[in-house]
Design a protein around this ligand. Structure first.
Ligand SMILES: *[C@@H]1O[C@H](CO)[C@@H](O)[C@H](O)[C@H]1NC(C)=O
Length: 657
């Protein structure tokens, strides 16, 4: 497999810092023989209560699209474990749509920028960038020949524009609204028609090109969230916050009727999507249902009940080939089953917010990746094809097996705030610490959080480490806490330094604690106490993370001064090697099962895989996560590393060591 890397040449600053120009026409490509391949566990859509989420469909019917933070996520619809992430927007991306030819995607962000980029190559070359107005882009539509693009949103004086894709020249005027325009669509057959809907409760109808405003349709009594032409162009549907769906003639804009009479849904409607044959459509609503309509008769054929929780509100939908997709406020992507409307065929889960910690564990011959996120979720992915996904969160928890279709609900409540760090011991206990000031234990084979397996800390924990004999060590603000068999047995405070990270020797005899003063103190574990060994190791700067190799032979310590120092335990903790390479603070460390290699992740978004005995033998993964620093690392086996980041994605790297 070959990989091309793209370099943006910038005279001000070579890195991806704020000095970098947002659009650099000078781009070069260079080829390197990669020493790794990549697999992405993509993030879910980023959701906001009461705000529609647009799922874009691929005209060939293979992929679907959505946005999270500064990323556009492209997922295979048959196998959503296959994903690609586009990360070139400097601001939060709000919507992305394929052009009808399928060769390009137009994506828009909160600053009003539209980027049109290639879909055929992994590098996603930028074709054009425009800024039709200065405010959030809310929807994008293409003409059927892929030559014109309409965009609408929250401009200051202007709420929409329509232009030629390759020059940006205007091909009409989007007027007729007094407030934000939420939605736009263009008839995919000639003669062209364009329709918009907005916060002024009205829709506007245009003929063209060049597109000219014809009239306003003022049937809705509240915001219009979605307007869509049927694929054959004969109908327009508009859906609003008033729970109503109106049908109009596609060519004349004349009103034909409603779906469901007086009311289509008991809550606001956020999205509609037509069947490929234009006879049916689905609608997604805040009433926690999706409805499938027969448009000819105006009646609901099927109602999909998506749950009773607020997070089950439905904010987006997509009908693509035989797939009926909806997206819940939780970010979960539901594959609806017409034959069983209360139980989706598949629910794609994952993280929608930044992921802070990661660990792996093997059980029943299967590798599991545990990743904890900012929203308190813990996800369990199975490698390499994402067969099993388990999500734990304060409100509800599930596990899901894509192979067997098994989908069950966890019992018990998880953390209520960011999971900072986690570790699994040799008897399947996952120990997690979080900003809710607790350390929790979960038996990963039972997949259940129990209220009694919770230790309240005096202060916020920063780090947790486990070893044999039921021992665990939590490093908290100003405190180090030794735990045994789910109980706190010893607390060290008045330390005289600020502890930042800790590691228990696998043999259970020693605890190493790294400080903000750049020193590592060793404590011996005697019974249920920690005794200061009066032995101090020097890191090159404030300690950020530390880890013992699995065989206990080495201790690796990373620091803010971009260095990892490895000490040999049997040699009285003599320095074995220093590892230089990172351009910024090193954030996390993990040892390979071979005890000969370890990986480090940095603030510079780089991952290095190092060889203990030779600091020059290394594999560098630049831009491992392009938008945010690497926040967690773990090894599945000697050749497979997983990494995570605040971009809410988890990546798996197959290394050629
Ligand atoms: C793992 O942790 C649990 C809970 O503290 C403990 O009962 C068990 O003995 C530990 N296993 C090992 C191998 O230390």
């Amino acid at each position: 497999m070959s990989v091309f890397y793209r370099a943006v040449i910038c005279t001000l600053c070579p890195c991806r810092c704020a000095n970098r120009k947002e659009y650099q026409p000078v781009e070069t490509f260079f080829f390197i023989s990669p020493r790794y391949t990549e697999h992405v566990f993509a993030s879910l859509p980023q959701m906001e209560r009461g705000v529609a989420k647009i799922l874009g469909g691929d005209p060939k019917g293979n992929n679907f699209l959505y946005t999270n933070g500064k990323s556009v996520i492209i997922r295979n619809i048959d196998n959503p474990a296959i994903a690609d992430i586009y990360t070139e927007h400097p601001h939060q991306v709000t919507v992305a749509k394929y052009c009808p030819s399928g060769f390009y995607i137009a994506s828009g962000d909160i600053s009003g920028k539209i980027r049109i980029w290639d879909t055929t190559q992994k590098e996603h070359l930028l074709k054009y960038e425009y800024q039709p107005f200065g405010g959030k882009i809310k929807d994008i539509a293409w003409t059927e020949d892929s030559k014109r693009v309409a965009v609408v949103g929250e401009g200051r004086e202007k709420f929409g524009a329509v232009f030629l894709w390759d020059s940006g020249s205007s091909v009409g005027e989007i007027v007729g609204h007094s407030k934000i325009i939420n939605t736009v669509d263009i008839k995919q057959t000639r003669p062209y028609r364009l329709v918009t809907g907005g916060d002024d409760s009205s829709c506007a109808f245009f003929e063209g090109p060049p597109f000219k405003f014809k009239f306003t349709m003022s049937d809705h009594s509240r915001f219009v969230n979605c307007v869509r032409f049927s694929p054959d162009g004969t109908r327009i549907v508009s859906a609003g916050a008033d729970g109503l769906i109106y049908i109009y003639d596609g060519k004349t804009g004349e009103k034909i009727g409603t779906l469901g009479g007086e009311k289509a849904h008991d809550g606001g409607i956020y999205a509609v999507s037509w069947s490929p044959d234009s006879s049916k459509l689905i609608s997604a609503s805040g009433d926690k249902t999706v409805k499938l309509w027969d448009v000819g008769s105006g009646t609901a054929v099927t109602t999909f009940n998506m749950g009773a929780d607020v997070l089950d509100q439905q904010l987006g939908c997509l009908w693509q080939k035989d797939h009926l997709l909806s997206v819940s406020l939780s970010g979960y992507i539901n594959y609806l089953d017409k034959n069983n409307p209360d139980r989706p065929l598949r629910i794609v889960k994952g993280h929608s917010k930044s992921v802070q910690s990661l660990t792996v564990h093997k059980s029943d011959g299967r590798n599991y990746i545990y990743s904890g996120s900012h929203d308190g979720h813990i996800n369990i992915l199975s490698s390499p094809s994402s067969c099993l996904v388990i999500t734990l969160n304060p409100i509800r928890a599930h596990y899901w097996d894509a192979e067997t279709g098994e989908n069950d609900e966890f019992l018990g409540k998880g953390h209520s705030n960011s999971v900072v760090k986690m570790a699994v011991n040799d008897s399947n206990q996952l120990v997690t610490c979080a900003m809710d000031d607790t350390v929790r234990y979960v038996d990963v084979t039972k997949k259940e959080y129990s209220a009694s397996d919770l230790l309240k800390m005096d202060v916020q924990p920063k780090c947790v480490s486990v070893s044999s004999g039921g021992l665990a060590l939590a490093v908290c603000i100003g405190q180090v806490v030794l735990m045994k068999d789910k109980r706190k047995v010893f607390t060290l405070d008045n330390l005289g330094y600020e502890p930042e990270a800790g590691a228990l020797h696998p043999g259970g005899g020693t605890a190493a604690v790294g400080g903000a003063d750049g020193k590592v103190r060793l404590y011996s574990i005697q019974g249920n106490t920690l005794k200061d060994d009066e032995k101090i190791l020097e890191a090159k700067g404030p300690v950020t993370d530390m880890a013992y190799s699995n065989d206990g032979a080495f201790l690796a310590v990373s620091d803010e001064k971009k260095v990892v120092t490895v000490f040999t335990v049997a040699d009285g903790y003599a320095v074995k090697n220093d590892f230089y390479g990172h351009h910024a603070k090193v954030m996390c460390l993990a040892w390979s099962p071979d005890n000969e290699h370890f990986a480090s992740g940095g603030m510079d978004m780089m991952v290095y895989v190092w060889t203990v005995s030779d600091a020059d033998k290394r594999i560098k993964i630049p831009d491992s996560h392009r938008l945010h620093h690497v926040s967690g690392l773990a090894w599945l086996d000697e050749h497979t590393l997983v990494t995570t980041s605040h971009d809410a994605s988890v990546k798996q790297w197959t290394l050629k060591i």
